[in-house]
Design a protein around this ligand. Structure first.
Ligand SMILES: [Fe+2]
Length: 311
């Protein structure tokens, strides 16, 4: 059976409150449409309880209540459904959004928090000092990594390379988008990468590379990471070009060739993500990056991210 056929039978479903379908852009992901009514009722319950984003930032238990309000609207099995998708090797990801019910970015934070706590729990984001981070890409930038540099390709990588806690999954949500052409999220499922075997069975696949974060990440730590490891009897990957410190020319070439091979793979997906939608991917067998934007002095795009672990 093809991946498309397999994924169709695995998680496609329809209830009164939501519908899960294989994503129109790629067979590897699902798209979950929530009913407008369910989103409206969810946000009403949150607002009625007087929950603000600030309260969520200061009070971890309040974030779990967001998950509970969402289950109240969608049904208890919704949590198992999305965890099932993110664990599933044939997929490992989905998109979902507010269906245009609200344009308030605080509501975006709230929905992403509910999803995050249904998946597990988010890690503290050292860059923002919160459980989530919002970051803008604009025409000019003076930062020390490619995260906010609009006109460069941000190469495929996994998150959490330079921290010593597990980073099992990643949420990216589109908060704002103005005058943006290009800049799509680039995604690659590890099993779609044509040269996976070549690099995963290479003698350097299990070499412990040193990773160090630049200053803006607020992580003052060095960590050693192997690039490929066993994950439920399939390869998992931990890789980012910018923060690895290879000791030899040979090792540098391995990292460079691996990165080039992924970037040029025909299976890289350039995902269209509308404002108010989020994408969740398993961070062990999905790589993500960003296409370059076209030059525009008024470019303004903001994303929210949460990285976390399963419970
Ligand atoms: Fe990333």
């Amino acid at each position: 059976m093809s991946i498309a056929e397999k994924n169709k039978v695995k998680f496609e479903t329809k209830t009164e409150y939501y519908e899960v379908k294989v994503h129109p852009q790629t067979n590897r992901l699902y798209h979950i449409s929530l009913s407008k009514e369910a989103v409206k009722n969810f946000l009403e319950a949150v607002h009625k309880a007087g929950t603000s984003v600030e309260h969520l930032e200061y009070t971890p238990y309040a974030r779990l209540l967001m998950a509970s309000y969402l289950l109240d609207q969608l049904g208890e099995e919704f949590g198992e459904l999305i965890r099932g998708i993110v664990h599933d090797r044939d997929s490992g990801g989905f998109t979902l959004g507010l269906e245009g019910v609200s344009q308030d970015t605080d509501d975006y934070v709230i929905l992403s928090t509910a999803i995050s706590y249904l998946l597990g729990a988010p890690n503290q984001d050292a860059m923002s000092g919160k459980y989530y981070a919002r970051f803008s890409v604009k025409d000019t930038d003076g930062s020390d990594s490619y995260l906010r540099q609009a006109y460069r390709l941000f190469t495929l990588h996994t998150d959490g390379t330079f921290v010593d806690e597990p980073t099992d999954w990643l949420i990216m949500m589109k908060m704002v988008e103005e005058n943006a052409r290009g800049g799509e999220s680039r995604l690659l499922h590890l099993d779609d990468w044509s040269e996976l075997d070549k690099y995963a069975s290479h003698p350097l696949a299990n070499h412990k590379f040193t990773y160090k974060a630049p200053k803006s990440k607020n992580v003052d730590q060095e960590i050693e990471r192997v690039t490929f490891f066993n994950y439920n009897n399939k390869p998992g990957i931990c890789y980012i070009d910018q923060f690895a410190y290879p000791e030899t020319i040979e090792k540098a070439k391995y990292l460079h060739d691996l990165s080039n091979s992924m970037e040029n793979d025909e299976h890289v997906i350039e995902l269209e993500l509308p404002v108010g939608d989020l994408v969740v991917v398993n961070n062990i067998f999905w790589l993500h990056g960003r296409a370059a934007f076209e030059k525009d002095p008024n470019l303004n795009r903001e994303l929210l991210r949460q990285r976390g672990h399963f419970n």
